[in-house]
Design a protein around this ligand. Structure first.
Ligand code: ADP
Ligand code: GLC
Length: 485
């Protein structure tokens, strides 16, 4: 029997994506649907999504509905379309009063209302569809209230009597913490005892923590991150709670959608290639350097970076190391990303200070992300912490060995290159210090000088299979275990 799986998240690629979350919700949902499961995805109809060119259709019986959040009434409707190319149905909660912001995340005071409406509208849509999911699979703090809602406001509904909940932790750095006065708008003031007492005592509530307590099962996106978040150093204050639920916490490495990320057929890049014929990769390097106006020299390695520019991504280490590498060595540096001002300024400064060697694009650019994966020789990910990370897996497939810090999913997916045994797929360093990164980069640049060894290293990475076809299995096993199916 097909499992009914309801995915609820703030992002789903290609509609709404700021990072890996969007790719994962889309990739996992497609893979589940390919396995014959009945999957439906809910996400907000952000203003920018509504403006995209997809065949959105209004759902007749989900039109102009009302929901009171505290003293305010919100009118919402639902639009739908299929996840391209032929994926499951995506349902978009339309509520202009809340989703009129330019971006996906507003950072405004009413952020909690936006995602509270998403959670409740998703549940109420299921009710009106007469569709009782076997599993509500919710992602990050944005959807983390779904389990408590099913236990309280919607506990009366027999439709959900057998529904189970899975909360996936993509990033503990974002918890959705608000003043306890929002309980009224959440509609949960009468259930305050179900929230963490220590938070209430301090006058606050945490969306993510509430999900951690009430979800039937917790997953996170790599095995190492599942261990790390149970330590005070990486637990963001939730390690005690996570340890107490350790028997319900599972780490599953994310999958890659090779339909989107494969250099042999990537529609975003002009030259295609495979492990058997790498000539297209050499042409990509030339094209990339030509496109961004950096001097091409075959022996000069190109180091690529595609990242949200936040402290999570370890950019502080670049401040101390990259200028000296660019000064002393003949390498190129191509970066794409946006985020915190201090990192944007630094990358802009690099570009001005090292003309012909460093280039930076500030912003979000899907096509350029593919160009950099394909055209660079090395991919940089010196993360402070990394729940999973997708870019390093993309770069493995693109023959662009990653230089990573050994943390979270980076530790689980990148095997250090051993020049003697000719095994391994990339370079990893342990210590989150400039010396650590300096050592990692230096080791990689020395390895690059051995053309034959380098080709082997590229091919080792390209042969790795992190496909969703594989990674969907552990999710299916979990769902089945949970639902007794
Ligand atoms: P995170 O989710 O923490 O940002 P991941 O490595 O899991 O890290 O996923 C990042 C995803 O976002 C990748 O698909 C990457 O290509 C994409 N991405 C990040 N920044 C940009 C950008 N500026 N332009 C285009 N894509 C980006
Ligand atoms: C988060 C994490 C990243 C992970 C992604 C998808 O944004 O920072 O490591 O790959 O979610 O799970």
């Amino acid at each position: 029997m097909a499992l009914k799986v309801c995915q609820i998240a703030a992002e789903t690629s290609p509609f709404a994506k700021t990072g890996g979350l969007g790719d994962v919700v889309a990739g996992l949902s497609r893979a589940l649907a390919r396995e014959g499961q009945d999957v439906r995805i809910f996400l907000p109809f952000y203003k920018r999504v509504a403006q995209l060119d997809f065949p959105f259709v209004a759902v007749d019986f989900l039109r102009d509905l009302e929901l009171a959040l505290g003293g305010r009434r919100f009118t919402w409707s639902v639009f739908t379309t299929r996840l391209p190319p032929s994926g499951p149905d995506v349902y978009f909660v339309h509520c202009p009063a809340l989703y009129h912001h330019e971006g996906i995340y507003s950072g405004d005071w009413d952020e909690y209302l936006r995602f509270t409406l998403l959670a409740r509208a998703a549940i109420e849509s299921c009710q009106r569809m007469g569709w009782g999911p076997d599993v509500f699979h919710v992602h990050d703090w944005h959807a983390a209230l779904v389990p408590i809602y099913l236990r309280t406001l919607y506990a009366w509904d027999r439709l959900f009597a057998r529904s189970r909940t899975v909360l996936t932790l993509h990033n503990l750095g974002y918890q959705g913490i608000y003043g306890r006065e929002v309980l009224d708008e959440l509609g949960l003031a009468a259930h305050a005892q179900l929230f963490a007492a220590e938070d209430l005592a301090q006058g606050r509530v945490s969306f993510l923590k509430t999900g951690l307590v009430h979800a039937d099962l917790l997953t996170t996106v790599s095995r190492t991150y599942a261990r790390e978040i149970q330590t005070p150093e990486q637990g963001f204050g939730l390690d005690g709670l996570l340890r107490s639920r350790a028997d319900r916490l599972v780490g599953i490495v994310n999958g890659v959608d090779y339909g989107e990320w494969d250099p042999a057929r990537d529609p975003h890049i002009p030259h295609h290639y495979s492990a058997a014929d790498l000539s297209g990769k050499r042409r990509m390097k030339e094209s990339l350097l030509g496109k961004v106006g950096l001097a091409h020299r075959r022996d000069a390695p190109v180091v690529g970076l595609v990242s949200r520019l936040t402290s999570q991504k370890g950019l502080d280490l670049l401040l101390d190391t990259l200028p000296e590498f660019l000064f002393h060595r003949d390498l190129r540096f191509v970066a794409l990303g946006s985020g915190e001002e201090r990192y944007e300024s630094f990358l802009s400064w690099l570009q001005v200070s090292f003309p012909g060697k460093a280039w930076y694009y500030r912003g979000y650019n899907e096509e350029l992300a593919h160009w950099i994966e394909a055209g660079a020789d090395l991919f940089l990910m010196p993360s402070r912490y990394e729940p999973c990370g997708l870019n390093q897996m993309y770069s493995l497939r693109y023959g662009t060995p990653p230089v990573v810090r050994r943390t979270g999913g980076l530790a689980d997916t990148v095997e250090p290159w051993n020049p003697v045994a000719r095994g391994g797929t990339g370079f990893s360093f342990d210590h989150f210090t400039p010396e650590g990164l300096r050592w990692g980069l230096d080791t990689a640049l020395r390895a690059f000088e051995d053309a034959e060894g380098w080709q082997r290293l590229m091919q080792n990475g390209m042969a790795k299979d992190f496909s969703w076809e594989r990674q969907v299995r552990p999710y299916l096993d979990l769902y089945r275990r949970l639902t007794g199916g």
